[in-house]
Design a protein around this ligand. Structure first.
Ligand code: FES
Ligand code: FES
Length: 155
């Protein structure tokens, strides 16, 4: 039995220690905002926060998260920061098919919480672990830049 905190709630699972956190989130806890893209740590679609650090859940065996504090995209949707990111991405046209967006939002939130006034180069670096097949990135970068300005003082 492995116990950890998930979106602010203490949970436990009997899944094997070698199972992937990504599968546990989606299959056992129905947190399907966390997506599988590559399954190899290359695309960022499966991004979550583990003890406040951005991580690829496809690379995390459940055995390593005992006692950890995990947040998924579903766990941050009520925050002001999420609302600003959501609105800013939308204004900038940064959402097309949407598949990469939960991971992009997690990476954006991680970036802005560390660096509330990033340069364009820093934004591009901040989302460099996240792939998007649709937008060409420019509109996502613009969305993050807008979120930094709209949320000034909040990050
Ligand atoms: S599915 Fe985890 S990084 Fe691509
Ligand atoms: S919006 Fe389609 S993959 Fe990014």
């Amino acid at each position: 039995m492995i116990k950890f905190t998930l979106n602010g709630r203490t949970v436990e699972t009997d899944a094997p220690a070698t199972a992937r956190l990504l599968d546990l989130l989606r299959d056992e806890f129905d947190l399907i905002g966390t997506k599988e893209g590559c399954g190899e740590g290359e695309c960022g679609a499966c991004s979550v926060f583990v003890n406040n650090l951005l991580q690829n859940s496809c690379l995390i065996p459940i055995g390593s998260i005992a006692g950890a504090d995990i947040h998924t995209i579903e766990g941050i949707t009520e925050t002001e920061q999420f609302k600003i990111l959501d609105e800013s991405y939308s204004i900038a046209g940064g959402v097309q098919c949407g598949y990469c967006i939960p991971g992009m939002i997690m990476a954006s939130a991680a970036l802005l919480s560390k660096n509330p006034h990033p340069s364009e180069a820093e934004i591009r670096e901040g989302i460099s672990g996240n792939l998007c097949r649709c937008t060409g990135y420019n509109m996502i970068v613009e969305g993050i830049n807008l979120a930094a300005k709209k949320g000034d003082g909040l990050w």
